[in-house]
Design a binder for this molecule. Sequence first.
Ligand code: LLP
Length: 431
Amino acid sequence: MGESVLTSGFSRVDGAMFVEGVPLERIAEAVGTPTYVYSAGRIREQYRRLESALMAALPDVPHRIHFSVKANSNLAVLRTLQELGAGVDIVSAGELFRAREAGFGGADVVFSGVGKTADELAQALAGKVLFINVESEGELLLVEQVAAEHGVVAPVTLRVNPEVTVESPHEYIRTGEKGHKFGIPYDDAEHVAMIAHALPHVQLVGLDMHIGSQIAVWEPYSSALTRLKTLLASLRAQGVNTLKWLDIGGGLAVTYDDEAPADVERFARGVAEAVRGLDVSIVLEPGRFLVAESGVLLARVLYRKRSGGKEYIITDAGMNDLVRPSHYQAYHRIDAVQDVGERVVADVVGPVCESGDFLALARDMPAVEPGDLLAVQTAGAYGFVMSSNYNSRPKPAEVLVEGDRFAVATERERLEDLVRLERAHLQWRSV
Ligand code: LLP
């Protein structure tokens, strides 16, 4: 039997792609396409890699990995991480609800986001989250008001924009440069911190940053941490003695094509050096690193077509299922589930009525034919969560693989689901 490991969790046996012990063909037959398929083993492996790098570098510094739920909020994925001891980083009441459903307790949750509503803040306080990452003076004052109304003291950290240069593949996924909407501008942070310190229903428990996503090098983290440490020292010198958390955010890069992934050992050593002697506990908020490489989007080829001298492979998965190629010009490797010998240079496109609906452009591809299956790789992060119903296309199914078993984690939407919240008979209200 010819067997080769493609990446951890994925292999080919006699030319057919497997996720762990399950042939992708079998999942397509049972569940249909398009379908997201995740390897539970691969998620665990990524978590353990990061956790052991941190344990080795930070044996004496309390630290915790809070999975950034926005990357993949499927309950089965969340439960897999919860069982490993992860916490979560959430950005909405919806993600708080999911985290609870998956078994995370209040102290397992940090609440980030640039536009939290009063209602979301109230839910977070009622849920006793570990802390709220506050991103503006206005939000701080709203937290004070909501906490006062509920007779509680809100634990908050300030998300500071360290205003550093970040190399990442697309400008949309940089968040820590001067002028970005995220965080409190560095020069204002001390002032806002002193306001927080003086408020009766807020306790300033730490500082937070998140500088961007798909960051493969240590330098921007280092520069940003240096700025946060300066601020921390200055606040402590002014008598702010409640600062015990340093939240470093997420951003660790993975390999989509042939780019270098984040060096987690280097990262952990860097964090250790940066926080030595600081007397803080560390929170990390990785999303992509934990789940991206665990997932593929399984799609079927519908048609082949030639137009204007170009070859097209038309699949049943489109930009509504995976928006990253069209939204960020992101590269996702695309493999034939069953090896075919021939190659072709083609645009791989979806059925959506937009010229921007593509999975790959001018790609050297296996010459797949209608009926063949494709696996769009590295789709476990920011895949399903960014899917939509555009063109009234039901959202895809999600499947979790565990050894030689698989389970439907999310059923494919049905046509009735598309109109479930719409009213057949409008109930007019007079004003
Ligand atoms: N913490 C905060 C506050 C964040 O905003 C994010 C991601 C993370 C943590 C996790 O970052 P990660 O470790 O996954 O890089 N949709 C884009 C990525 C957007 C990232 C948004 N924030 C994409 O598909 O590339």
